[in-house]
Design a protein around this ligand. Structure first.
Ligand SMILES: CC(C)(COP(=O)(O)OP(=O)(O)OC[C@H]1O[C@@H](n2cnc3c(N)ncnc32)[C@H](O)[C@@H]1OP(=O)(O)O)[C@@H](O)C(=O)NCCC(=O)NCCS
Length: 231
């Protein structure tokens, strides 16, 4: 799947949901010692989410890397982006209430961000703080009640790009000033940042979830995967 990005949804426990006990045990066994120590520092809900996402992520990545889960070595970039040591496999993780998504590419740097597609009352005010004048104008042209989704697409596009680059606030200024097309949708956009070019794609990976992926190559196929299916 050189020219492909795989998206793996990972269901997370919701408040009051006790049905994750078995999965927690299985996932916990896959963690490294460092991850177990990190998990213990979290309050119970965040701990459950962390154990399930990390444990499932290890299982998925093991299959790409053709290694045992315990042999995968993760490293962390200067701004916190996890990656696999000594591997061309690239991945990035995002979570929102009840769902995490893991994006995997065999060779291409990638970032992903998802959000629940909800009403954002102060979309324009947030956009004025973080988006380019052009993007703010695009939102302003829309009736107030139709602004939330276009806002979320532009927000997640910027976050996905930040995450693909593995940067954080250092690049926020430049990424804020990007301009996307004028209509409410983005679907696909190419942006230049210094010497590098990035392709941004809108995704709708589950009911009421919208988001974006950013990748360093054009025309890659995006394939939605299901846990348990063969690679
Ligand atoms: C650190 C940051 C990645 C947090 O993102 P988020 O939307 O809160 O969280 P997400 O669920 O999408 O992603 C978290 C995951 O990304 C990964 N991650 C952490 N740091 C990362 C980085 N610097 N780059 C890429 N991925 C990173 C980790 O796997 C993390 O999961 P974990 O906590 O379980 O280990 C980053 O996006 C950030 O701080 N953004 C600034 C916010 C902002 O002002 N945005 C304005 C947009 S214009």
């Amino acid at each position: 799947m050189t020219g492909q990005i795989d998206l793996w949804p990972i269901a997370l426990p919701q408040p009051g949901d006790d049905s994750f006990g078995n999965r927690m045990m299985v996932c916990e066994r896959r963690l490294s010692n460092d991850e177990r120590i990190r998990a213990k520092r979290y309050e119970p809900r965040r701990r459950a989410e962390f154990v399930i996402t990390r444990g499932t992520m290890r299982e998925i990545l093991r299959r790409y890397a053709e290694q045992q889960t315990s042999r995968l070595v993760f490293q962390v970039g200067p701004f916190g982006k996890p990656s696999l040591a000594n591997s061309t496999i690239r991945f990035n993780l995002t979570h929102t209430a009840g769902l995490a998504m893991l994006a995997v590419s065999r060779h291409h740097e990638i970032g992903i961000d998802i959000e629940r597609n909800r009403s954002i009352e102060n979309a324009l005010e947030i956009a004025e703080r973080f988006f380019s004048a052009n993007d703010v104008a695009s939102l302003r042209r829309l009736p107030r009640q139709w602004r939330s989704e276009p806002f979320l697409l532009r927000w997640t596009a910027r976050e996905a790009l930040l995450k693909a680059r593995g940067e954080t606030l250092d690049e926020l200024g430049r990424i804020s000033q990007l301009q996307f097309n004028e209509g409410p949708e983005i679907r696909e956009a190419c942006v230049s940042l210094g010497q590098s070019k990035w392709w941004i794609r809108t995704i709708r990976p589950a009911f009421e979830i919208v988001g974006s992926i950013a990748v360093d190559a054009p025309g890659l196929r995006v394939v939605q995967r299901r846990l348990g299916e063969a690679l």
